[in-house]
Ligand binder design. Structure first.
Ligand SMILES: CC(=O)SCCNC(=O)CCNC(=O)[C@H](O)C(C)(C)COP(=O)(O)OP(=O)(O)OC[C@H]1O[C@@H](n2cnc3c(N)ncnc32)[C@H](O)[C@@H]1OP(=O)(O)O
Ligand SMILES: O=C([O-])CC(=O)C(=O)O
Length: 378
């Protein structure tokens, strides 16, 4: 076999999608034809999920009915409270706990076995997964910090309710609106690694719970969603050093390190989501009178654009923004998952519409024709 290797599947088109369009040259991201700048800050996360799942923005009645289904599924089902209480004893990384908890949700769904292969069969599980993920994360953080979990409220939106469960206090409107906007921006992004992982799993007709557990695993990596927490850890390392941000980054590049929050497989220009997040990060920093992290970020951006020609991706300015919002660094990636869960599910629905097992080839380059030497003669 003569193979044209493409280990990263760069530029390979898996198939058609009507969900999100990513124009990497122009720096344009659309959800069902709406540019993200049109949606972010204008429509809520719930409206955007509805758009992605059902094709159109909802009417008031449609949104009310959809939101009601989500709020009705926010509470943790058994065995999640017990499982999370155990996981905090041994788990350092919330993403590991979230992945395990989401996988365990299968046990609480009597129809879990049916939750594969068709949109009709999986929509109930999709609502449950989207609704309960914020509760899983907030409960994990509170238990880990030695606090009592806070029950979800059904009079708050997806973003505001998450912040309420995290802190026990109703969030300031500007903080809730900012998170809501961030959730809209992170909802979907073509056939990224975690979405691809979910589609591969779904293509085997594994359950929807299994499929998104694989997506969570892929998202956790530092080359994908895990980068947002690494960005903040980098800014803190810069701050703790005796170097300027550019000197620090220069040294890291010289060591051959990747700078988290920079570069992208598809965007050749600045990620359009980073532009929106940067504006909000700046505004929040100025309002809080804490602009240091934002300033480090812009300095690093300017330097890397000039020296390496690499631009910020979605994970860069979300970090300084979440930091000013007092969100613990190790749940930046789980927050990405809160948003992306509904994006993954939309892609599973699309996969089921015209499913074909996803199965590429490897080019076997090992030896041939070997014979077995008995165990006692090896
Ligand atoms: C939500 C998301 O998943 S967005 C991405 C989040 N991930 C990160 O921020 C992690 C840091 N970024 C990276 O590691 C990469 O940019 C990736 C993995 C996202 C994309 O990588 P690829 O498409 O494989 O780009 P590739 O590795 O071919 O890089 C092209 C060039 O840019 C450089 N480059 C790309 N990103 C970075 C970076 N973050 N830091 C330093 N150099 C970089 C590479 O070294 C390479 O340079 P070279 O041609 O001189 O060797
Ligand atoms: O598209 C990608 O490869 C990564 C990304 O930006 C995302 O998943 O949001």
């Amino acid at each position: 076999m003569t193979a044209d290797y493409n280990p990263g599947l760069d530029g390979i088109v898996l198939g058609p999608t009507e969900l999100s369009g990513v124009d990497g040259e122009a720096g344009v991201l659309t959800y069902r034809g709406y540019p993200i700048e049109e949606l972010a800050g204008t429509v809520s996360y719930e409206e955007t999920v509805y758009l992605l799942w059902y094709g159109e923005l909802p009417t008031t009645a449609e949104l009310d009915a959809f939101s009601e289904k989500l709020t009705a599924n926010r509470a943790l089902p058994e065995p999640l409270p017990t499982l999370l209480a155990e996981l905090v004893k041994s788990n350092d990384d919330p993403m590991d706990a979230v992945r395990t908890a989401v996988s365990a949700l299968t046990a609480s769904d009597p129809d879990a076995g049916e939750a594969a292969g068709s949109r009709d069969d999986t929509e109930g599980a999709a609502i449950r997964l989207t609704a309960v993920l914020p509760t899983i994360i907030a409960t994990y953080v509170r238990l880990r910090d030695g606090d009592e979990p806070v029950d979800p409220r059904d009079d708050l939106g997806h973003a505001a309710n998450f912040l309420y469960m995290l802190t026990g206090e109703e969030p300031e409107p500007v903080v809730a609106d900012t998170l809501d906007m961030a959730l809209v921006l992170h909802l979907d992004h073509g056939i990224n690694a975690s979405t691809f992982s979910g589609k591969v799993n779904a293509s085997t007709l594994a359950t929807v719970y299994s499929s998104v557990t694989g997506s969570l695993a892929a998202l956790s990596g530092p080359l994908h969603g895990g980068a947002n927490a690494d960005v903040m850890r980098m800014l803190q390392a810069v701050d703790a050093s005796d170097k300027s941000p550019t000197e620090w980054v220069d040294d890291a590049i010289a060591r051959g390190d990747r700078i988290p929050g920079f570069g992208h497989r598809v965007y050749q220009v600045k990620d359009p989501r980073a532009i929106v997040l940067q504006e909000r990060s700046k505004a929040l920093a100025e309002a809080a009178g804490e602009t240091k992290w934002y300033e480090y970020s812009t300095e690093i951006e300017g330097y890397l654009a000039e020296e390496k020609g690499i631009k910020p991706n979605v994970d860069f300015y979300s970090s300084s923004m979440y930091y000013v919002m007092d969100i613990p660094i190790d749940i930046y990636t789980p927050i990405f998952a809160i948003s992306r869960m509904a994006g993954w599910l939309a892609h599973l629905f699309e996969q089921y519409e015209d499913n074909r097992l996803i199965r590429p080839l490897g080019d076997y380059v090992g030896e041939h024709g070997k014979t077995v030497t008995p165990l006692d003669e090896r």
